[in-house]
Write a protein that binds this ligand. Sequence first.
Ligand SMILES: C[S@@+](CC[C@H](N)C(=O)[O-])C[C@H]1O[C@@H](n2cnc3c(N)ncnc32)[C@H](O)[C@@H]1O
Length: 236
Amino acid sequence: MVRPFAQQGLFRRLVADNNRGIVAPARKSNIAKALRCEIENIRDRFIGTDRIVKILDVGCGDMGIAEILIQQIQGIEITCVDTYAPPVDEASSLRWFKYHQFDGKRLPFGDAEFDISMCVDVLHHAGSEGVGTLLHEMLRTSRFLVVKDHFETGLISRKLLQFADFYGNWGYGVNIPKQYFREDTWKQVIMNAGLDELRRINSVQIHGKIFSVIFPPRLHYISVMTKRKNGESSNT
Ligand SMILES: C[S@@+](CC[C@H](N)C(=O)[O-])C[C@H]1O[C@@H](n2cnc3c(N)ncnc32)[C@H](O)[C@@H]1O
C-alpha cells in the first residue's frame, strides 16, 4: 500500500503475501459486517433513506472494506483516502476513481461534505498528535465518525497486537506502534477532540478459527461518535 513491492525486500513481500492469502479476506468481511450494522443504524436513526448517504473512508488501505460495503448497502457512496499514490498500472481503472491521495493531515474536502467518516485500524498508526489531527479533520468533514481500532489491556495484549500489525502491515511499509489505546486513553482522546461517543462495541469478532484465540474479539472495538454539544476541540 505504501511502497510498490518492487522497492521492497523479499521478506517483507513474503509476509504481505502470506497475510493477503490467509487472514485478510475473513478480516475484511467481518469488519464490513460490523460496520454495516453501524452505518445502517446511523442512516435509519439520523439521516433517513430518501437520499444517498455519503461516506469517507480515511486510511482506506486497498479499499477492500469500502468495496464490500458498497456491494452490501443500498444508497451509499464511499470516497476513499489514504497517504499512498495509486498504483500506476491500475491508476486509470474504474475502481481508483473513488480514491484520493492526501498528506495524512488535511483532508482534501470541504466542511460537512460527508455524512459519515469511517476509519479502520488507522488511528493507532497515526501517533498521538496525528490522532487528534485526523479526528479533527473527520469531524470537520462529516457529521458522524465510525472508528474501528484496538484496545490493549496489558503487556501481553500489546505484544499480540504488535505481532498482528507486523503480520498484517509491516509487509506494506506501515509502522508498528509502540502502544495501543486503552479504554481510559480512548475516552481522553474523544474528550480532547470535542466528540460525544454515541455507541461503543467493545468486542468485535474479526478472525475465525485459531486466529480468534490468539487475537480475541475483546482486542477490537468500534466507536460511533458525533460532535459534542457545545464541545470545544483541543486539536484545532
Ligand atoms: C492497517 S491499514 C488499514 C487499511 C484499511 N483501513 C483496512 O482496514 O483494511 C492502515 C492504513 O492507514 C494508513 N495511514 C497511516 N497513517 C495515516 C494517516 N495519517 N492518514 C490516513 N491514513 C493513514 C496506511 O497507509 C494504511 O493504509
